[in-house]
Design a protein around this ligand. Structure first.
Ligand code: NAD
Length: 474
């Protein structure tokens, strides 16, 4: 049965006459209908957010914290229903969907503990100067389809804590779990503080250019990020952009092949490779290249690609047809160029579901499209290197600068290499770990600003300096 979902505007669950279909990427069957909002619904949501801002921005931060914590609790209590819904719309296997739902609830709770203290700039005989943080106003949040719940909540929670109100737009491909959360938080959050509206890609530019919105926080592709920056420039909205990546993982010759093979595998193939911080270029030192590449290919043999709702599935489908076709095109290009595959290489686009076999490439050249472009699919190019200087240069040879990893027993050396990588995050001997207390953001064309931690929270605020002259003659 196809369920019809509603949007959250001004504390009410509302519908529109026009709807959009949401598909299950494993079956290509319609699993939900959601409202298709345009300018009129957006105006209503922004008006509600503006009205709510007057009270919410003056609500004591400890009271705002309590509301955010209650939201986290509602997500946790309903995790079972939510992770199944998430698998059905996004495709990721149940265990990974469970990880996203509990992860989002935990991240929301953790963000609620951050604080926005005033800072004293000068306290002298003549003057007291302090900086306070004031919320920017109404935030427009726009999120992608790879981690729809996590991305939505990592925008909603800090916006609320800072005193802002928000109008959030999920991706048209994956709005269902987020709309279910909207229903769950409807009576927890004061009316208008959080509004969640769905629509086609055309709704995004309307948000970006809406004069009642003061800030855009966006996660998605670099191409869309550039359009958002342009749209937001019209009235100089504040922006935070979390964009694409082409992360390099560097494996030094002292790494233990047995221990790292499986971790490296999952650093590329979690969520079918549809992770901004997946290892998308894996550089292995020539001394261990043959042994480690064979071990990674062996791990792939034991992993099943299939419907994420089925037990035993390790890697689900690509989330949507457009992305499926793009990944197929990159694999075909690699084939046409005669690059060698250690796993995969053939895709059957005629079958049901957007499934791509686990694809591991054996030392393709640096300028291969499948290496140079963000694949965002279950693809892992393995490449040989000889020296540290060479691999650092190759890793940095990208317009992206999101994250990266170094694998070595010598952690001092790992850190020394990390410090030369042009990315916002570098892990030594682990992958994809994000702390709610550390800023996460991209260098170069991977982003603008940061999320998480105090730094992420401050992006929802303006500094206001108040100076009191102590010895004034008045
Ligand atoms: P996308 O840019 O196509 O879409 C993201 C969102 O923007 C969707 O909600 C979409 O409807 C909306 N949108 C589309 N056109 C718009 C426009 N002109 N103006 C405003 N909004 C518009 O991205 P996607 O394909 O959904 O997601 C995949 C991309 O997201 C990858 O590049 C990935 O690396 C990136 N990503 C980055 C991070 C990060 O934190 N850096 C995290 C996850 C995904």
């Amino acid at each position: 049965m196809t369920t019809t979902y509603h949007n959250l505007i001004d504390g009410e669950m509302v519908s529109t006459s026009a709807t959009m279909e949401v598909l299950n990427p494993a079956t290509e069957k319609v699993i939900g209908l959601v409202p298709s909002c345009g300018a009129e619904e957006l105006d209503r949501a922004v008006a509600a957010a503006r009205k709510a801002f007057k009270t919410w921005s003056k609500t004591p931060i400890d009271d705002r914290r309590k509301v955010i914590q209650a939201m986290s609790g509602a997500i946790k209590e309903n995790a079972d229903e939510l992770f199944r819904l998430l698998t059905s719309e996004q495709g990721k296997p149940h265990d990974q969907a469970k990880g996203e739902i509990y992860g989002a609830a935990g991240m929301v709770a953790a963000q609620s503990t951050l604080s926005l203290e005033d800072e004293v700039n000068e306290d002298s005989d003549t003057r007291l100067s302090r900086t306070r943080r004031v919320p920017v106003g109404v935030v427009g949040g726009i999120v992608p389809w790879n981690f729809p719940v996590m991305m939505a909540m990592q925008k909603i929670a800090p916006a609320m804590l800072s005193g802002c109100t928000i109008v959030l737009k999920p991706s048209p491909f994956t709005p269902l779990a987020t709309l279910r959360i909207a229903e769950l938080i409807k009576d927890i959050v004061p009316a208008g503080v959080v509004n969640i509206i769905t629509g086609e890609d055309t709704l995004g530019p309307l948000i970006t250019e809406h004069e009642g919105i003061d800030k855009i926080t966006f996660t998605g592709s670099t191409a869309t990020g550039k359009k958002i920056m342009e749209g937001a420039s019209k009235d100089l909205k504040r922006i935070t952009l979390e964009l694409g990546g082409n992360d390099a993982s560097i494996v030094l010759p002292d790494a233990d092949v047995e221990k790292v093979a499986e971790q490296l595998f999952w650093s590329s193939f979690s969520n079918a490779g549809q992770v901004c911080i997946a290892a998308k270029r894996v550089y292995i030192h020539e001394d261990i290249y043959d042994e480690l590449s064979a071990a990674i290919a062996e791990v792939a043999k034991g992993v099943t690609v299939g419907d994420g709702s089925q037990q035993g599935t390790g890697v689900g489908p690509i989330q949507n047809k457009k992305q499926f076709e793009r990944v197929c095109e990159l694999i075909q290009d690699a084939k046409d160029n005669g690059y060698k595959f250690l796993s995969g290489g053939d895709v059957d686009p005629s079958g049901t579901g957007y499934f791509v076999p686990l694809t591991i490439l054996d030392n393709p050249p640096e300028d291969a499209r499948i290496v140079a472009e963000e694949q965002f699919g279950p693809v892992m190019p393995l490449m040989k290197f000889s020296t540290d200087d060479e691999v650092i240069e190759r890793a940095n040879n990208s317009e992206y600068g999101l994250a990266g990893a170094v694998w070595t027993k010598d952690t001092d050396k790992g850190v020394a290499i990390a410090e030369q990588l042009e990315t916002g995050t570098v892990w030594i001997n682990e992958y994809m770990h994000l702390s709610p207390f550390a800023p996460f953001g991209g260098h170069k064309q991977s982003g603008f600003g940061a999320e998480y931690g105090t730094e992420g929270l401050l992006e929802f605020t303006y500094p206001q300096v108040i100076t009191v002259k102590k010895d004034a003659a008045v």
